[in-house]
Design a protein around this ligand. Structure first.
Ligand SMILES: Cc1cc2nc3c(=O)[nH]c(=O)nc-3n(C[C@H](O)[C@H](O)[C@H](O)COP(=O)(O)OP(=O)(O)OC[C@H]3O[C@@H](n4cnc5c(N)ncnc54)[C@H](O)[C@@H]3O)c2cc1C
Length: 412
């Protein structure tokens, strides 16, 4: 976790350097000292910190600065980091302004320049304020944040990709969360960012990214390390993963190609009760994660998201063509591509897919359906599992079943 920041602002470079030096000497073990030489530069720094989801504990600012006074800066800064402690560092002549600002800018304190010796004039006050701030500090969520619109198919695609690949993320809906709009206004690009906007903890921002761009950023392997393998497996569902573990454990150099996320259909299951060796059941995500770990332990390369789009034979080799134009050659290819969702054939449904109509999206969408009505089409096992999962959040779950009874298609 990045250390919380102390931001100090002064237009006099020597004073700024001296304050920063004294702050570092006392606080650098717990806080990061950030400096700025004007109010506008300091606001820009705060916005960048906010976009990276970092915390700011204290603002220590000079009062008399050109363009923006310390009090004005503090008032703006409070809209970005309302919990940061606010201290004005003023010359003696500014004390009346400082006293007035205690109310207007909700200052926590004002200190006089010069502050020598800091052990007496600076640290005691700041120690107290920082202790106070730390007592109520709750570290921010540290992972990826996705800002988007619930009714956008693209936003759903990004959320689904992260969820299926077991990457934790925080979803910020522009219709429901003021924070989402605030963060968008802090992005410095000349144009309005395209949504979904994905914010990474290191400060990188991706606008409307493809699954491949996200995969590259989070470190998924999308390209094979070698041109040749003993075994290529196409499809990373339970069948492909099992084959990968057994192939590699027999000493075969093995690569597995998966176009969405390892786990396949099973990865979207909220509870699997009948998998051998798990007497109390486990979630599909858990099963996929364990299988991936096991496969990697045996040295399997897992390429995802990557799609096999063609195959040819050049004896004695089998060559698999990938969507990125590359080709992998092998002794043997195992095809474990499973099945895809059967699509509902209804007028207008394509337009709404990903925007309120989803296929097998319980894990990604259930939380968003809190206190809402959900309609589930289907009456077999997957629908039954999804109904149970949605019922934890939704106001009501309605199953639309074509047959006469659930017993016709659901396991008893
Ligand atoms: C919601 C749900 C709950 C379920 N619950 C249970 C349960 O509790 N118990 C049970 O026994 N079964 C359950 N099933 C069924 C079970 O998940 C499937 O039988 C099983 O996943 C089939 O495994 P598979 O590896 O053959 O294929 P799949 O799981 O379909 O995997 C195939 C994989 O191949 C990938 N792929 C396809 N084409 C390509 C290509 N050209 N290039 C690269 N990759 C490709 C796909 O993206 C997919 O990941 C459930 C299914 C669902 C959907």
């Amino acid at each position: 976790m990045a250390k919380p920041a102390i931001l100090t602002v002064d237009d006099d470079p020597e004073v700024l350097q001296a304050v920063a030096r004294d702050l570092r000497r006392q606080y650098s073990d717990r806080f990061r000292v950030v400096r700025a030489n004007s109010g506008s530069e300091a606001l820009e720094a705060l916005q960048q910190l906010k976009l990276r989801n970092e915390s700011v504990a204290l603002l220590l600012t000079d009062e008399r600065m050109p363009q923006m006074t310390g009090v004005e800066f503090t008032e703006h800064a409070a809209t970005i980091f309302p919990d940061a402690k606010r201290v004005l560092l003023t010359a003696y002549a500014d004390t009346n302004a400082a006293i007035r600002a205690i109310n207007t800018a909700k200052l926590d304190y004002y200190l006089l320049k010069p502050w020598d010796p800091p052990e007496e004039q600076l640290y005691p006050v700041l120690d107290d304020l920082l202790d106070d701030w730390l007592a109520s500090f709750r570290p921010a969520f540290e992972g990826i944040r996705v800002i988007g619109d619930r009714w956008s198919a693209y936003s759903h695609q990004v959320k689904n990709f992260l969820a299926r690949n077991q990457v934790p993320y925080q979803w910020l809906d522009i219709e429901l969360e003021a924070e989402a709009n605030r963060l968008l206004s802090y992005t410095t690009s000349e144009h309005k960012p395209q949504l979904p906007l994905v914010l990474f903890p290191d400060g990188v921002r991706l606008e409307k990214p493809s699954n491949l761009e996200i995969a590259d950023k989070i470190g998924l392997q999308t390209q094979a390390e070698h041109p040749f393998y003993d075994l290529v497996i196409i499809g990373g569902g339970p069948a492909g993963l099992a084959a990968a573990v057994y192939g590699a454990s027999e000493g075969l150099s093995t690569v597995m190609i998966e176009r969405e996320a390892p786990g396949g259909q099973a990865g979207s299951s909220s509870r699997i009760e009948n998998y051998l060796g798990f007497p109390v059941g486990l979630s599909g995500g858990d099963l996929a994660r364990r299988a991936v770990t096991q496969a990697k332990r045996f040295g399997v390369e897992i390429l995802t998201p990557q799609e096999a789009i063609g195959m040819r034979v050049r004896e004695p080799y089998r060559l698999v063509q990938l969507a990125d134009g590359s080709e992998i050659s092998s002794h043997a290819v195992l095809i474990a591509t499973g099945v895809s969702w059967r699509r509902l054939n209804l007028p207008g449904i394509e337009k709404l897919t990903g925007r309120g109509i989803y296929y097998g999206a319980a894990q990604t969408e259930a939380l968003a359906c809190t206190n809402e009505d959900v309609y589930l089409v289907g009456g077999a096992n997957s629908a039954g599992q999804a109904a149970m999962y949605f019922s934890r959040y939704a106001r009501q779950v309605n199953m639309l079943v074509r047959g006469d009874s659930l017993a016709q298609s659901m396991s008893q």
